[in-house]
Design a binder for this molecule. Structure first.
Ligand SMILES: [Cu+2]
Length: 303
């Protein structure tokens, strides 16, 4: 028996969490500090969320996000160098070979050396990009070292979190703008966040109840589609420190797509135990209205 809970459900709008120009600026400045793999790590307390007028990515949390951020910074250096080089070449050509200075244009149509260079150099650049990309892809694909499992189900328009080891499940709805309390974030805070212990690696089993959704938490660098009838797997590396990570569904999933935010709350191990006990009591009396048609869900246990 997996109990659950069902509360208010509401509206809001999407928030952009990054912009390209901002990312370039920030990363160019940030890259100087990140060379050598040193990432300015985020403060232990607080929240990972989009900020008004934010430029650049959210601060990375955990090993996956650190690596993704490093790759992003590397790519920005490369893409910036290529863009500057091409622009300089264009400007030089326009000036040097303008009609006034160069009235009789060259009729050259082949140049073996140049052709070899402009084929080989891009291949080398792609190789330089591919190696860290594949390393990251394999790193974030799966891991055997997870400490616990959370099963996440996307539904129109809320999330269901299930802790199979704890026999605990509940729904998570956005808090309506009119119901917000002091300090709560509009369009981002939810009634029941996904609570996890700090410093854990968590396997996520992700599926959908109806249409496609996407579980996206930028600061943890996790984004995975939820598909009905299929279980996708991902994992997150929640670092030490009590912190709240905000995310959103980022697959257009219907009229209230913008109103199914994700909140992951990392707490200390003791607080987590206390929360599990409380949650078991709180959600035990409720049935599972959203998923009453599901067969009783039997999940694989964490290794
Ligand atoms: Cu959705």
């Amino acid at each position: 028996m997996i109990p659950s809970n069902n509360v208010v459900h509401n509206v809001g709008s999407r928030i952009m969490d990054s912009s390209f120009i901002g990312a370039v600026t920030k990363s160019l400045m940030g890259a100087a500090f990140t060379v050598g793999g040193v990432i300015a790590s985020v403060g232990a307390a607080g929240a990972a969320e989009p900020k008004p007028w934010q430029m650049g990515l959210q601060d990375p949390s955990g090993s996956i996000a650190d690596k993704a951020n490093d790759l992003h910074n590397l790519l920005l250096w490369i893409i910036t160098a290529i863009s500057v080089f091409v622009l300089a070449l264009l400007i030089y050509t326009c000036i040097r070979y303008r009609e006034g200075r160069n009235p009789v244009p060259s009729k050259t149509s082949h140049h073996a050396v140049i052709e070899v260079v402009w084929t080989v150099v891009p291949v080398l650049i792609l190789l330089v990009i591919a190696i860290p990309s594949f390393k990251l892809l394999y790193y974030m694909d799966r891991t055997d070292e997870t400490d616990m499992v959370v099963k996440i189900t996307g539904a129109q328009w809320y999330w269901t979190y299930e802790y199979p080891d704890q026999e605990l499940a509940y729904d998570s709805y956005m808090i309506a703008t009119e119901d917000l309390e002091e300090g709560q974030k509009r369009l981002l805070d939810v009634d029941y966040p996904m609570v996890v212990p700090e410093g854990t690696r968590i396997k996520l089993l992700i599926q959908a109840n109806d249409v496609m959704h996407s579980f996206f938490v930028p600061s943890l660098a996790v984004q995975i589609y939820t598909v009905a009838g299929r279980t996708n797997e991902a994992w997150i590396d929640v670092p030490m420190g009590e912190k709240t990570y905000y995310g959103q569904c980022n697959q257009i999933c219907g009229v209230n797509h913008s109103y199914m935010p994700i909140v992951i709350k990392a707490v200390s191990a003791d607080d987590y135990k206390a929360w599990v006990n409380e949650a078991k009591e709180e959600f035990a009396t409720l049935d599972r209205p959203a998923q009453k048609d599901d067969a009783t869900i039997q999940l694989a246990e964490a290794e």
